[in-house]
Ligand binder design. Structure first.
Ligand SMILES: NC(=O)c1ccc[n+]([C@@H]2O[C@H](COP(=O)([O-])OP(=O)(O)OC[C@H]3O[C@@H](n4cnc5c(N)ncnc54)[C@H](OP(=O)(O)O)[C@@H]3O)[C@@H](O)[C@H]2O)c1
Length: 267
């Protein structure tokens, strides 16, 4: 399936395509796969023929995502885990090692944040954002590195944010700090892989505004404030296409940083 091909059946609003089996036998882990960008990425990887391990806290959502993946003719494994809990995360990787036996691709996508001023934030909310977006993501990288055979085709891809590249005004300081930290971690990882002559692709994808559940949590509101923006927001599938693009680049090509804004987004 080519980069631009995009076949959706419209069945219950879930994109259903059939795997090309191009990457049969390879296994990907997608964190934060219960919804939004992670869910779309899980389907895109299944469409490439990969088996997909889906992770997140909401087990019913993970089971539903796994069921859709299986309709594409590839394996899906459900691994429920709170990424903010370091020991649960380590136990999940031990399970991947014993039950699945290998890992070729990590898509480090789970993430969250709360809008707050630096002069007036809740300590617990700062701790949670750091635990999920930085500590959890870093542990996923470390454990994946230990599990992977570093051969061509392997990849560690982080769903970062435009907030990793500048600090948007309006209460983004803490969220932006976590994404800047993750950018530093990814750059250090890239250099370590060069030193080890590893062919693993290391990529961060930095979206602007994507239409997902993220914004209601961020604004602590039942209403998504980004619905009112004067431009068409990115879809999770727009971000998933960037993941596919990274993976389908020739073996010697490192797409380290991809920034994607919706047309019309100023900052
Ligand atoms: N939406 C945007 O505009 C935007 C822009 C730039 C970057 N991003 C980044 O994109 C990534 C995906 O976000 P999204 O927009 O798709 O938002 P989303 O729909 O809210 O999805 C967030 C995902 O992260 C998981 N997650 C959150 N906390 C977790 C925890 N403690 N343990 C395990 N999983 C956890 C959620 O699963 P459970 O709740 O089931 O655990 C969910 O699957 C995030 O890293 C976010 O920072 C989003």
């Amino acid at each position: 399936m080519g980069y631009m091909q995009d076949v959706f059946s419209g069945f219950q609003g879930v994109p259903v395509t059939h795997s090309t089996n191009k990457r049969q036998g390879e296994v990907a882990l997608v964190t934060g796969a219960t919804t939004g960008i992670g869910e779309a990425v899980a389907y895109a990887l299944a469409d490439l023929g990969l088996s997909v391990i889906v992770s997140g806290r909401r087990i019913d959502r993970l089971e539903a995502v796994a069921e859709t993946i299986r309709t594409k003719g590839v394996d899906a494994h459900v691994m429920a885990c709170d990424i903010a809990d370091a020991s649960a995360l380590e136990a999940m990787f031990a399970d991947i090692r014993s039950k699945v036996g290998k890992l070729d691709i990590l898509v480090n996508n789970a993430g969250m944040g709360y809008q707050s001023d630096i002069g007036d934030f809740e300590t617990a909310e700062l701790s949670l954002a750091l635990a999920v977006n930085v500590t959890g993501a870093a542990i996923c990288i470390r454990e994946s590195i230990a599990l992977m055979e570093h051969r061509p085709g392997t990849a560690i891809i982080t769903v970062s944010s435009m907030a990793a590249h500048r600090v948007p005004p309006g209460g983004f300081g803490i969220y932006s700090a976590t994404k800047h930290a993750l950018r530093a971690i990814m750059e250090a990882l890239r250099m370590e892989c060069v030193k080890l002559s590893s062919p693993t692709k290391i990529a961060s994808i930095s979206p602007g505004t994507v239409a997902t559940e993220f914004h209601k949590l961020f604004a602590r509101s039942d209403k998504d404030p980004t619905e009112k923006l004067p431009f068409e927001r990115l879809t999770p599938e727009d971000v998933a296409r960037a993941v596919t693009f990274v993976l389908e680049a020739p073996a010697h090509v490192q797409l380290n940083e991809i920034m994607i804004r919706p047309i019309g987004q100023l900052g």
